[in-house]
Design a protein around this ligand. Structure first.
Ligand code: 0L1
Ligand code: MG
Length: 260
Protein backbone atom coordinates (compact mmCIF):
# COMPACT_ATOMS: atom_id res chain seq x y z
CA UNK A 1 0.00 0.00 0.00
CA UNK A 2 1.23 3.46 -0.83
CA UNK A 3 -0.67 4.95 2.13
CA UNK A 4 -1.29 8.41 0.69
CA UNK A 5 -2.84 10.75 3.27
CA UNK A 6 -6.53 11.41 2.50
CA UNK A 7 -7.19 14.91 1.17
CA UNK A 8 -8.01 17.57 3.74
CA UNK A 9 -11.36 18.56 2.27
CA UNK A 10 -11.94 21.47 4.65
CA UNK A 11 -8.51 22.99 4.05
CA UNK A 12 -8.93 22.76 0.26
CA UNK A 13 -12.38 24.35 0.51
CA UNK A 14 -10.86 27.17 2.60
CA UNK A 15 -8.28 27.84 -0.10
CA UNK A 16 -10.90 28.05 -2.84
CA UNK A 17 -13.24 30.14 -0.69
CA UNK A 18 -10.48 32.63 0.05
CA UNK A 19 -9.50 32.83 -3.63
CA UNK A 20 -13.11 33.70 -4.53
CA UNK A 21 -13.49 36.16 -1.64
CA UNK A 22 -10.27 38.01 -2.51
CA UNK A 23 -10.71 37.61 -6.29
CA UNK A 24 -7.13 36.32 -6.30
CA UNK A 25 -6.30 33.16 -8.29
CA UNK A 26 -4.53 30.16 -6.76
CA UNK A 27 -2.55 27.28 -8.28
CA UNK A 28 -4.41 24.08 -9.11
CA UNK A 29 -4.70 21.91 -6.03
CA UNK A 30 -6.23 18.52 -6.85
CA UNK A 31 -3.19 16.58 -8.08
CA UNK A 32 -0.92 17.57 -5.19
CA UNK A 33 -3.67 16.76 -2.66
CA UNK A 34 -4.57 13.40 -4.26
CA UNK A 35 -8.10 14.59 -5.08
CA UNK A 36 -10.05 12.59 -7.66
CA UNK A 37 -13.59 13.39 -8.88
CA UNK A 38 -15.36 11.87 -5.83
CA UNK A 39 -13.26 13.79 -3.28
CA UNK A 40 -13.60 16.88 -5.48
CA UNK A 41 -17.39 16.84 -5.00
CA UNK A 42 -16.78 16.65 -1.24
CA UNK A 43 -14.58 19.77 -1.52
CA UNK A 44 -17.29 21.48 -3.59
CA UNK A 45 -19.89 20.70 -0.93
CA UNK A 46 -17.63 22.07 1.82
CA UNK A 47 -16.91 25.16 -0.30
CA UNK A 48 -20.59 25.93 -0.82
CA UNK A 49 -21.26 25.24 2.88
CA UNK A 50 -19.08 28.27 3.61
CA UNK A 51 -21.42 30.43 1.52
CA UNK A 52 -24.46 28.97 3.29
CA UNK A 53 -22.86 29.65 6.66
CA UNK A 54 -22.61 33.31 5.59
CA UNK A 55 -26.37 33.40 4.95
CA UNK A 56 -26.69 32.43 1.30
CA UNK A 57 -29.35 29.92 0.21
CA UNK A 58 -29.14 27.06 -2.27
CA UNK A 59 -31.38 27.91 -5.22
CA UNK A 60 -30.45 25.29 -7.77
CA UNK A 61 -27.83 23.42 -9.72
CA UNK A 62 -25.80 24.04 -12.85
CA UNK A 63 -24.60 21.53 -15.35
CA UNK A 64 -21.17 22.10 -16.83
CA UNK A 65 -19.25 20.92 -19.86
CA UNK A 66 -22.44 19.75 -21.54
CA UNK A 67 -21.28 20.81 -25.00
CA UNK A 68 -18.37 19.72 -27.19
CA UNK A 69 -17.38 23.40 -27.52
CA UNK A 70 -17.00 23.74 -23.75
CA UNK A 71 -15.20 20.44 -23.33
CA UNK A 72 -12.73 21.46 -26.03
CA UNK A 73 -12.32 24.94 -24.52
CA UNK A 74 -11.22 23.61 -21.15
CA UNK A 75 -9.67 20.30 -22.24
CA UNK A 76 -11.84 17.89 -20.22
CA UNK A 77 -14.45 15.40 -21.38
CA UNK A 78 -17.08 14.71 -18.73
CA UNK A 79 -20.36 16.35 -17.75
CA UNK A 80 -20.09 17.91 -14.29
CA UNK A 81 -22.42 19.76 -11.94
CA UNK A 82 -22.24 22.52 -9.38
CA UNK A 83 -24.40 24.35 -6.88
CA UNK A 84 -26.13 27.74 -7.31
CA UNK A 85 -26.85 30.09 -4.44
CA UNK A 86 -28.98 33.23 -4.24
CA UNK A 87 -25.76 35.20 -3.77
CA UNK A 88 -24.81 34.35 -7.36
CA UNK A 89 -28.07 35.59 -8.87
CA UNK A 90 -27.96 38.75 -11.00
CA UNK A 91 -31.25 40.40 -12.03
CA UNK A 92 -32.10 40.26 -15.72
CA UNK A 93 -30.53 43.41 -17.19
CA UNK A 94 -28.59 43.90 -13.95
CA UNK A 95 -25.16 45.38 -13.33
CA UNK A 96 -22.19 43.18 -12.47
CA UNK A 97 -19.27 44.48 -10.41
CA UNK A 98 -16.16 43.05 -12.09
CA UNK A 99 -14.09 43.67 -8.94
CA UNK A 100 -15.70 40.57 -7.45
CA UNK A 101 -14.20 38.26 -10.07
CA UNK A 102 -10.80 37.08 -11.27
CA UNK A 103 -11.22 36.47 -15.01
CA UNK A 104 -14.97 36.25 -15.60
CA UNK A 105 -16.51 34.78 -18.73
CA UNK A 106 -20.11 34.59 -19.91
CA UNK A 107 -21.96 31.91 -21.81
CA UNK A 108 -25.54 31.53 -23.10
CA UNK A 109 -27.63 28.84 -21.43
CA UNK A 110 -31.13 27.48 -20.98
CA UNK A 111 -32.63 27.42 -17.46
CA UNK A 112 -35.35 25.16 -16.08
CA UNK A 113 -37.60 26.00 -13.11
CA UNK A 114 -38.59 22.94 -11.09
CA UNK A 115 -42.24 22.47 -10.11
CA UNK A 116 -41.49 19.52 -7.84
CA UNK A 117 -38.67 17.37 -6.57
CA UNK A 118 -38.03 14.45 -8.95
CA UNK A 119 -37.82 11.02 -7.34
CA UNK A 120 -34.37 9.38 -7.42
CA UNK A 121 -34.27 7.16 -10.52
CA UNK A 122 -37.39 8.77 -12.01
CA UNK A 123 -37.59 7.85 -15.73
CA UNK A 124 -36.37 10.58 -18.10
CA UNK A 125 -39.78 10.64 -19.78
CA UNK A 126 -41.42 11.74 -16.51
CA UNK A 127 -39.09 14.64 -15.82
CA UNK A 128 -41.04 17.03 -18.06
CA UNK A 129 -43.79 16.97 -15.43
CA UNK A 130 -41.28 18.19 -12.83
CA UNK A 131 -40.55 21.38 -14.81
CA UNK A 132 -42.73 24.48 -14.42
CA UNK A 133 -41.02 26.76 -16.94
CA UNK A 134 -37.99 27.43 -19.09
CA UNK A 135 -36.00 30.60 -19.77
CA UNK A 136 -32.98 31.96 -21.60
CA UNK A 137 -30.07 32.49 -19.24
CA UNK A 138 -26.48 33.70 -18.99
CA UNK A 139 -23.97 31.97 -16.77
CA UNK A 140 -21.04 33.96 -15.46
CA UNK A 141 -18.15 31.60 -14.79
CA UNK A 142 -14.92 32.50 -13.01
CA UNK A 143 -12.29 29.89 -12.35
CA UNK A 144 -10.45 30.42 -9.09
CA UNK A 145 -7.32 28.90 -10.66
CA UNK A 146 -4.38 30.66 -12.29
CA UNK A 147 -4.89 31.12 -16.01
CA UNK A 148 -8.40 29.61 -15.97
CA UNK A 149 -6.62 26.26 -16.20
CA UNK A 150 -7.54 23.11 -14.30
CA UNK A 151 -8.02 19.34 -14.31
CA UNK A 152 -11.46 17.74 -14.00
CA UNK A 153 -11.19 17.28 -10.18
CA UNK A 154 -9.91 20.86 -9.85
CA UNK A 155 -12.93 22.35 -11.60
CA UNK A 156 -15.39 20.13 -9.73
CA UNK A 157 -13.86 21.21 -6.41
CA UNK A 158 -14.15 24.85 -7.55
CA UNK A 159 -17.95 24.45 -7.83
CA UNK A 160 -17.52 24.09 -11.62
CA UNK A 161 -16.45 27.75 -11.87
CA UNK A 162 -19.94 28.94 -10.83
CA UNK A 163 -19.87 32.66 -10.08
CA UNK A 164 -23.12 34.25 -11.25
CA UNK A 165 -26.22 33.71 -13.35
CA UNK A 166 -29.00 35.72 -14.98
CA UNK A 167 -32.35 34.20 -15.89
CA UNK A 168 -34.59 35.89 -18.46
CA UNK A 169 -38.41 35.75 -18.43
CA UNK A 170 -39.85 32.32 -17.63
CA UNK A 171 -42.28 30.78 -20.11
CA UNK A 172 -44.01 27.41 -20.51
CA UNK A 173 -41.77 24.71 -21.97
CA UNK A 174 -42.31 24.63 -25.77
CA UNK A 175 -42.71 21.30 -27.58
CA UNK A 176 -39.22 21.17 -29.04
CA UNK A 177 -36.19 22.44 -27.12
CA UNK A 178 -33.63 20.43 -29.00
CA UNK A 179 -32.65 22.67 -31.91
CA UNK A 180 -33.26 26.30 -31.03
CA UNK A 181 -30.86 28.94 -32.36
CA UNK A 182 -28.71 30.66 -29.73
CA UNK A 183 -26.79 33.95 -30.02
CA UNK A 184 -24.45 35.62 -27.60
CA UNK A 185 -24.10 39.36 -28.20
CA UNK A 186 -21.66 41.77 -26.62
CA UNK A 187 -22.29 45.46 -27.24
CA UNK A 188 -24.87 44.60 -29.90
CA UNK A 189 -22.38 42.47 -31.86
CA UNK A 190 -22.89 38.71 -32.21
CA UNK A 191 -19.81 37.02 -30.73
CA UNK A 192 -21.02 33.41 -30.54
CA UNK A 193 -23.71 31.45 -32.36
CA UNK A 194 -24.96 27.99 -31.55
CA UNK A 195 -27.94 25.76 -31.01
CA UNK A 196 -29.54 24.18 -27.98
CA UNK A 197 -28.64 20.89 -29.72
CA UNK A 198 -25.11 21.55 -28.44
CA UNK A 199 -26.39 20.93 -24.91
CA UNK A 200 -26.16 17.13 -24.84
CA UNK A 201 -28.30 17.00 -28.00
CA UNK A 202 -31.27 18.40 -26.06
CA UNK A 203 -31.21 20.55 -22.85
CA UNK A 204 -33.71 18.11 -21.29
CA UNK A 205 -30.90 15.55 -21.17
CA UNK A 206 -28.97 17.95 -18.95
CA UNK A 207 -31.91 17.94 -16.57
CA UNK A 208 -31.83 14.16 -16.49
CA UNK A 209 -28.08 14.28 -15.84
CA UNK A 210 -28.65 16.78 -13.01
CA UNK A 211 -31.13 14.45 -11.31
CA UNK A 212 -28.89 11.39 -11.71
CA UNK A 213 -25.47 12.88 -10.94
CA UNK A 214 -26.53 15.08 -8.02
CA UNK A 215 -28.68 12.20 -6.74
CA UNK A 216 -25.54 10.07 -6.44
CA UNK A 217 -24.29 12.52 -3.84
CA UNK A 218 -27.63 12.66 -2.04
CA UNK A 219 -28.69 16.00 -3.53
CA UNK A 220 -32.31 16.14 -4.74
CA UNK A 221 -33.66 18.97 -6.85
CA UNK A 222 -36.38 20.89 -5.03
CA UNK A 223 -39.50 22.76 -6.07
CA UNK A 224 -38.55 26.32 -7.09
CA UNK A 225 -34.95 25.44 -7.89
CA UNK A 226 -33.29 26.60 -11.09
CA UNK A 227 -31.29 24.17 -13.22
CA UNK A 228 -28.85 25.71 -15.68
CA UNK A 229 -28.63 23.14 -18.46
CA UNK A 230 -25.20 24.15 -19.76
CA UNK A 231 -23.73 26.39 -22.41
CA UNK A 232 -24.72 26.24 -26.07
CA UNK A 233 -21.45 27.91 -27.17
CA UNK A 234 -17.96 28.54 -25.85
CA UNK A 235 -17.70 31.20 -23.12
CA UNK A 236 -16.32 34.69 -23.82
CA UNK A 237 -14.44 37.04 -21.46
CA UNK A 238 -16.55 39.67 -19.69
CA UNK A 239 -14.92 43.11 -19.79
CA UNK A 240 -15.67 46.46 -18.16
CA UNK A 241 -18.60 48.21 -19.84
CA UNK A 242 -19.80 45.14 -21.75
CA UNK A 243 -23.52 44.79 -22.37
CA UNK A 244 -24.16 41.07 -22.84
CA UNK A 245 -27.31 39.53 -24.25
CA UNK A 246 -28.14 35.86 -24.73
CA UNK A 247 -30.88 35.25 -27.29
CA UNK A 248 -32.53 31.84 -27.49
CA UNK A 249 -35.01 31.24 -30.32
CA UNK A 250 -38.61 30.92 -29.03
CA UNK A 251 -37.47 31.57 -25.45
CA UNK A 252 -36.37 35.22 -25.60
CA UNK A 253 -33.41 37.06 -24.10
CA UNK A 254 -31.46 37.50 -20.89
CA UNK A 255 -28.93 40.28 -20.36
CA UNK A 256 -26.43 41.83 -18.00
CA UNK A 257 -24.05 44.79 -17.93
CA UNK A 258 -20.53 44.85 -16.58
CA UNK A 259 -19.79 48.04 -14.67
CA UNK A 260 -17.12 50.22 -16.29
O1 0L1 B 1 -20.62 25.90 -16.88
C1 0L1 B 1 -19.67 25.35 -17.41
O2 0L1 B 1 -19.77 24.62 -18.41
C2 0L1 B 1 -18.31 25.59 -16.81
C3 0L1 B 1 -17.80 24.36 -16.25
C4 0L1 B 1 -16.39 24.57 -15.82
C5 0L1 B 1 -15.45 24.81 -16.93
C6 0L1 B 1 -15.20 26.26 -17.12
O3 0L1 B 1 -14.92 26.95 -16.15
O4 0L1 B 1 -15.25 26.71 -18.27
MG1 MG C 1 -22.21 26.98 -17.76
Amino acid sequence: MTGQTPPDVEELADRLDEAAAKAAPIPRLAAAAGVGPAAAYAVQEALVERRLARGERLVGLKMGLTSRAKMAQVGVDEVIWGRLTDGMRVDDGGLVDLGRYIHPRVEPEVAFLMSRSPEPGEPVGDLASAVRAVAPAIELIDSRYDGFSFSLPDVIADNTSAAGFVVGPWRPVPDGLDNLGVLLEVGGRVVQTGSTAAILGDPRRALDAAVRLAGRRGVRLREGWVVLAGAATAAVPLRAGDHVRAVVERLGTASLRAAS
